[in-house]
Design a protein around this ligand. Structure first.
Ligand SMILES: Nc1ncnc2c1ncn2[C@@H]1O[C@H](COP(=O)(O)OP(=O)(O)O)[C@@H](O)[C@H]1O
Ligand code: SF4
Ligand SMILES: [Mg+2]
Length: 362
């Protein structure tokens, strides 16, 4: 963890969606425990990756932070200010600083509006008038995201998927945000385009100092992007660590399983790993397993795992800031075939060739 004050601090964040049923009177008969007690923080300019299988609560987390959803419990503070239940009016100054980029660049842009109009909208809504005028600012933003400023009057359908996602990025940048929640921003894009969009976001993070919560369903994408990574399973964080620690010494069995599925072509400094195939499906968040939620799929589960939920703590042998929620953590360092992840720039590449070049620009 950085010693800097957090930009965003989330504590005990919970979202349970009520399930209505019954006849003739409809009442709450249960709840989807989509997000169940998350603790994490993001410092200024930092990128935190949030990873987990589909349905584990990533988008719900993103929507809670951007206050598109009301939390069931827990607190969200931004720059030390509690915004958990802030009203629209109270949120106004903060809202412009926290922006979201959505997964589907097709569904998230109004097809009847020109690109210029789409990117201008946040400035209009927030009554922001940049020095050189809004149109000049939009052209500048188009250039920033690698689009032709002359395409100001074009409509979304005239662009490819990757270009549309760039439009979404330009819109998110219009209010000079401090934090962007990017919800699987490249999942809907062609694999060949994904690296280009990730590179763009990386450039923005570095050059504009924008912090990111970067949501992804596998560990390959965030590897190039996030200094810290949190792994989620069924509404809870099971492991959180600096990138080097998480990839080099995963302590939670689920993290290890996810890592074993990372295609080695995208992780050039990852040694060969044995592929771990998880048995069964993700259980329903309506009725999650007792104790450790991962126990129905874990090859190490014991009675303790069924009766006690493991707390998210620093386990023996982990470095500071590396937290794991497991009663019987892995220790991959004990296996000589799995050396510690190194700085990608140093040392030999272990004979693995990358096909994806994160340095290849748009
Ligand atoms: N508005 C909603 N009402 C009820 N259940 C929801 C709602 N939104 C999401 N869920 C449920 O919450 C769980 C987590 O969903 P989501 O946050 O979208 O996961 P992810 O983004 O990781 O795929 C899923 O079981 C999903 O069906
Ligand atoms: S607590 Fe038990 S069931 Fe859960 S991940 Fe650890 S060993 Fe597996
Ligand atoms: Mg999602």
């Amino acid at each position: 963890m950085s010693s800097k004050d957090p930009l965003l601090d989330v504590s005990g964040l919970t979202k349970h969606f009520p399930i209505k049923g019954g006849f003739p009177i409809r009442r709450t008969v249960g709840a989807v425990q989509a997000v169940d007690g998350l603790d994490f923080s993001i410092t200024e300019g930092e990128s935190l990756g949030l990873v987990g299988e589909s349905g584990c609560g990533k988008s719900t987390t993103g929507r809670l932070i951007t206050r598109l959803l009301e939390p069931t419990a827990g607190t969200i503070s931004y720059r030390g200010q509690d915004i958990t239940h802030a009203t629209r009016k109270q949120l106004a100054p903060v809202r412009s600083e926290i922006q979201m980029i959505f997964q589907d660049p097709y569904a998230s842009l109004n097809p009847r509006q020109t690109v210029g109009k789409i990117i201008t909208a946040p400035m209009e809504i927030n009554d922001i008038n940049p020095a050189g005028g809004r149109e000049a600012r939009v052209r500048e933003l188009l250039e920033t995201v690698g689009l032709n400023p002359e395409h100001y009057n074009r409509f979304p359908h005239e662009f490819s998927g990757g270009q549309r996602q760039r439009i979404g990025v330009a819109r998110a940048l219009a209010l000079e945000p401090k934090l962007i929640v990017a919800d699987e921003p490249v999942s809907a894009l062609d694999v060949s385009i994904q690296a280009q969009v990730v590179n763009l976001l990386q450039k923005l993070q570095k050059e504009l100092g924008i912090a990111f919560l970067f949501i992804a369903h596998d560990l390959a994408v965030v590897r190039h992007f996030s200094q810290r990574v949190a792994v989620m399973y069924l509404g809870r964080i099971v492991e959180i660590a600096d990138r080097e620690d998480l990839y080099g010494n995963p302590r939670h069995p689920y993290t290890r399983a996810l890592l074993s599925a990372v295609p080695e072509t995208t992780a050039d400094d990852t040694p060969a790993r044995e592929r771990i195939r998880l048995a069964g499906d993700v259980p329903s968040p309506v009725d999650p397993p007792s104790g450790c939620r991962f126990r129905t799929r874990c090859w190490k589960a014991t009675d303790k795992c069924a009766s006690e939920a493991p707390p998210l703590v620093r386990v023996e042998g982990s470095r500071e800031g590396h937290l794991t929620a497991c009663h019987h953590p892995e220790d991959t360092r004990a296996v000589p075939a799995v050396p510690k992840a190194r700085d990608a720039a140093s040392g030999p590449k272990l004979g693995k060739k990358t096909t994806e070049d994160p340095g290849a620009g748009a």
